[in-house]
Design a protein around this ligand. Structure first.
Ligand SMILES: [Ca+2]
Ligand SMILES: [Ca+2]
Ligand SMILES: [Ca+2]
Length: 347
């Protein structure tokens, strides 16, 4: 309407005409600024529809639909979101008229593919509603449930669920623990009888900050029932006694990817948050040390002996992965960041 009026005004000025009324033309078709588009997963673009003929009187709004919302989504402002790799058509509607735009969403390398390319030894995605313990790589998990219950809930995006870790309770003066036994299948390495070189990757979400959450408890082979890797009230994180020096790294109700790279043989410990290095410590642990080395049969995820597993709050974990070596900074970058839902309104 605006374009028509502007062009019409310009035309009238150019011709020095006024008062010419030849009657309004009706819309007989839809023209779109592009016949086809290609975009990446999570990327946005906008399509612009025009009436045919160009100077027709537009009396209603153009609307849009997608033939496959799982591939591409579109709203009535013509904004398009690449949702999953594939091809489909977007349809613009005006009355009974329609026009199609073919859309191709480029194939993306999935997180699972990235993990596998780097030789991951265990990967659990918590995406199977029928089996929370399912392994994508490695052995099934075992849920150790002293109280409450493990449940699957919505994760970082549609089709990506997470496991809710029930917090520990102390109903009769004795703590009831919840944790996950993770059978990593990694033999002793790094010059000892325990696992001394490894990388742990957690995709987690906290309902509140200002409390402790335990991510790991080396316990059964070490006799130390206190958790060993914590997210702390000051919003710093790390192994007990080896936390990031700065605070305020994370917020509540936000998805994060925490990565802990341990090489006891070299004496180097590195922490990443969303791919960014947050701490790099020298010589924190000796080979086979009780805190920094892992038992060769299984590890205890999210465990703690006295309620520091969330302190009344339930952590969510969208996935967990483990490597049998210390990933380099470049490899951590290759893993990419956690994919979260793009804020996109379809109306
Ligand atoms: Ca411990
Ligand atoms: Ca504790
Ligand atoms: Ca998941």
């Amino acid at each position: 309407m605006k374009i028509k009026n502007i062009l019409l005004s310009l035309g009238l000025i150019a011709l020095g005409m006024s008062g010419c009324d030849e009657g309004e033309k009706s819309v007989t078709g839809i023209s779109i600024d592009r016949e086809s588009i290609t975009l990446d997963v999570d990327a946005l673009t906008t399509l612009i529809p025009y009436p045919v003929p160009w100077d027709a009187a537009v009396s209603e709004k153009f609307t849009w639909t997608s033939d496959d919302r799982n591939i591409a989504r579109v709203n009535n402002r013509g904004q398009v979101l690449g949702f999953n790799p594939g091809e489909t058509d977007l349809v613009c509607h005006y009355g009974n008229l329609t026009a199609k735009v073919h859309v191709k969403v480029n194939s993306a390398v999935s997180y699972e593919e990235r993990l596998k390319a780097l030789g991951v030894k265990g990967f659990w995605d918590f995406n199977d509603p029928a089996d929370m313990t399912r392994a994508i790589v490695g052995k099934p998990l075992e849920l150790v449930n002293g109280c409450g219950s493990f449940t699957l809930v919505n994760g970082p995006r549609e089709g990506e669920s997470a496991i809710r870790i029930p917090h520990d309770e102390r109903p009769a003066g004795t703590w009831l623990y919840n944790y996950i036994k993770c059978f990593h299948n990694i033999p002793a390495n790094g010059g000892g009888v325990k696992v001394n070189k490894y990388t742990l990757v957690y995709d987690v979400w906290m309902p509140v900050v200002g409390v402790y959450y335990s991510l790991l408890n080396n316990w059964h082979e070490y006799g130390d029932a206190d958790g060993d890797i914590f997210l702390r009230p000051g919003r710093d994180f790390g192994f007990r006694g080896h936390y990031t020096s700065a605070n305020n790294h994370f917020n509540a109700e936000t998805w994060y990817r925490f990565i802990f790279v341990v090489d006891n043989e070299a004496g180097i410990l590195t922490y990443y948050l969303n791919g960014e290095e947050k701490a790099r410590g020298g010589v924190p642990f000796t080979v086979d040390a009780s805190m920094g080395s892992l038992a060769t049969d299984f590890i205890e995820l999210f465990g703690d002996e006295d309620g520091e597993n969330g302190q009344g709050n339930d952590l969510l974990c969208a996935s967990f992965a483990i490597f049998d070596r210390a990933l380099t900074r470049e490899e951590v970058t290759q893993l990419g960041n956690i994919r979260i839902a793009i804020d996109f309104r379809e109306d």
